[in-house]
Design a protein around this ligand. Sequence first.
Ligand SMILES: Cc1cc2nc3c(=O)[nH]c(=O)nc-3n(C[C@H](O)[C@H](O)[C@H](O)COP(=O)(O)OP(=O)(O)OC[C@H]3O[C@@H](n4cnc5c(N)ncnc54)[C@H](O)[C@@H]3O)c2cc1C
Ligand code: FES
Length: 279
Amino acid sequence: MGWHTEKEKDREILPKDVVIKRIKRENKDVRTFFFEDALLDARPGRYVMVWVRGVDEIPISLSHKDAITVERVGKTTESFFKLKEGDSIGIRGPFGNGFDIKGENILLIGGGIGIAPLLYLAEVFGEKKKDMVGNRRFLSITTLIGSRSIETLIFLKEFEKISKVHCSTDDGSLGKKGSVLNMLDAEIFNLEYDMIYVCGPEKMLRSLLEFFNEKDLLEKTQFSLSRIIKCGLGICGSCCIDPKGLRVCRDGPIFYGGEILNSEVGRYERDHTGRRRKV
Ligand SMILES: Cc1cc2nc3c(=O)[nH]c(=O)nc-3n(C[C@H](O)[C@H](O)[C@H](O)COP(=O)(O)OP(=O)(O)OC[C@H]3O[C@@H](n4cnc5c(N)ncnc54)[C@H](O)[C@@H]3O)c2cc1C
Ligand code: FES
């Protein structure tokens, strides 16, 4: 399993009691839960296994060094909405590789709840940007975020503090009408990006893989993937993606575009029983 110390092993196997210090409402179906303390080894793109007592354990990405942002989609995520400040949850991890943080001309592309892990990444780039002031280096961050409507779009103000933001909504209630793909025009591509970071719905990931492949930019892209994660330890096989059997929980959840271009991503996934289903 590659554990270096007993403490590291315990962090991955035994859920640690973590107290929720603050709960922030982002919209009707999304809340951010801030922990009393930042987690050890927290990095953008990593995720934690969160155990809500009596319900289930699910993977959630870090949206800050000390917080997760949860969208209500089923029974476990729904149970988060009953938690109060001062309550505790069980946390294993953080797990996964996290984003490779590099480059000085950065593009972030997020859709739906996929915007959440990109916020932590933007914050880390924002800190780098501050450190560069005075040493004649320059860091440019552009963010494209999309959602169903103005009511469901999260973290707009937070990204505006750190980056140049373009947004889209399916119903046109804010920004460009349609998906984030509609924003990939000449204005956005007037900069040569060193690195492009993507997180969002599976269909969006597939379209972007094809788009960046055509532009010969795949080696400059990092994608955050989601699959059914059970152990988080790389042993159960629940999160493997065809055809190479890459484990999202351990080899990912972040992959360079070239690694997953010819994979199942955006075509099909597996349910809790391992059976294939279309995305
Ligand atoms: C690496 C990773 C990071 C994630 N980060 C976030 C995040 O930051 N915020 C957030 O709101 N959600 C995140 N998710 C998705 C979240 O884990 C699922 O929404 C959650 O597990 C659904 O549980 P449920 O019981 O509420 O819904 P269910 O009724 O079980 O399912 C609702 C939907 O979620 C999918 N799902 C269920 N269990 C899992 C699982 N263990 N892993 C992946 N998908 C699952 C189902 O296939 C279904 O499409 C992440 C998933 C992964 C793999
Ligand atoms: S969740 Fe068990 S191998 Fe990835």
